[in-house]
Ligand binder design. Structure first.
Ligand code: IPM
Ligand code: MG
Length: 356
């Protein structure tokens, strides 16, 4: 097949990990006989510097015209002064909103070979396989913001249709898995959460009676996630709770650097990005873990291009590299012998199957 991919490397370690993801996608395309046209575009802080706009019109247009968007990471101290007029993050939020990618899938799987990389006990982690479905284009991230000399507020607003569509996306996913959905809210305090709970209950009863539904308060969920992570299958939640809980959940896998994400809307086009940030502290040193970006490439193949076999091959190559002992510094817990970004990418590449 032929496909066009808009590549937004962004800031900090973004370009470093994206280079490895690109190399892996190119290798997969070559081995399976596909033609992927990858075009790099300015985005985030880099685009503020070059165009005074974190999401320049040409970048947005290229993303709209593409079959999928592959993104590195954005942000950094250079653009995060409290009074900054332009922020890289606002470009990311606008991109998500403009492309209508409201469903953010963040799978967390514990690789057997990495049980020792986590700070949690191996017996708690064995067999963990869960997916967060985070609502991505609503809630407090997008509500009205107000600030005066002595106060500030951020409005959290949700509409019934926004809740219905994210719950449906999560429930469809649960149907392909273990048919268990946990909906996370703060219904004991927040009105938006009470609406969330009511709509979720109705949609599940009417449309997905075959999927078990459990409601959980967000504070309890934060606790259960590290106490008994194996019990979760699909978790659905609003924008900010999902942001916070997925950073927590990444520690189940051992490192934030491992986790990919897919942001999907109604069509096939999606935005794919590792869940980690731009990590300014290690940027430019070639030590970042490229696995989250590479695995985001795998999700891109599966969800936007419909290439399940190719996605699987790439995921297997990452697993094989990890199983062979290949580790970036974030997975070494201070022990020596870690690989740099390039070498880790190479370790994955070399384990891709040859055709035939
Ligand atoms: C994420 C990030 C973003 C978010 C930031 C960079 C705006 O933390 O994708 O999880 O909060 O959504
Ligand atoms: Mg986050």
């Amino acid at each position: 097949m032929r496909a066009r991919i808009a590549v937004l490397p962004g800031d900090g370690i973004g370009p470093e990990v994206i280079a490895e993801a690109r190399a892996c996608l190119a290798a997969v395309a070559q081995r399976f006989g596909h033609e992927l046209e990858l075009t790099e575009l300015p985005f985030g802080g880099a685009a503020i510097d070059a165009h005074r706009d974190p999401l320049p019109p040409a970048t947005l247009a290229a993303c709209r015209a593409a079959d999928a968007v592959l993104l590195g990471a954005i942000g950094g101290p250079k653009w995060s002064a409290p009074d900054a007029a332009l922020r890289p993050e606002s470009g990311l939020l606008r991109l998500r909103k403009e492309l209508g990618v409201y469903a953010n899938l963040r799978p967390v799987r514990v690789h057997a070979a990495l049980a020792d990389a986590s700070t949690l006990k191996p017996e708690v982690l064995a067999g963990v396989d869960l997916v967060f479905v985070r609502e991505l284009t609503g809630g407090i991230y997008f509500g009205e913001k107000r600030r005066d000399a002595t106060s500030a507020s951020d409005l959290c607003e949700y509409h019934v249709e926004e809740i219905e569509r994210i719950v449906r996306a999560a429930a469809r996913l649960a149907r392909e898995r273990r048919r268990a959905l946990t909906s996370i809210d703060k219904a004991n305090v927040l009105e938006t959460s009470r609406l969330w709970r009511a709509v979720t209950t109705r949609v599940m009863r009417e449309e997905f009676p075959d999927v078990a539904l459990e409601h959980m308060l967000v504070d309890a969920a934060a606790m259960h996630l590290i106490h008994r992570p194996r019990d979760f299958d699909v978790l659905v939640t609003e924008n900010m709770f999902g942001d916070i809980l997925t950073d927590e959940a990444s520690m189940l896998a051992g490192s934030l650097g491992l986790l990919p994400s897919a942001s999907l809307g109604e069509g096939r086009r999606g935005v794919y990005e590792p869940i980690h940030g731009s990590a300014p502290d290690i940027a430019g040193r070639g030590v970042a873990n490229p696995c989250g970006a590479i695995l985001s490439g795998a999700l891109l193949l599966r969800h936007s291009l419909g290439l399940a076999r190719e996605a699987h091959a790439l995921e297997r190559a990452v697993e094989a590299a990890l199983a062979s002992g290949a580790r970036t510094a974030d997975l070494c817990a201070g022990r020596p012998g870690s690989l740099g970004t390039r070498a880790m990418g190479e370790a994955v590449l070399s384990r891709l199957p040859t055709p035939g």
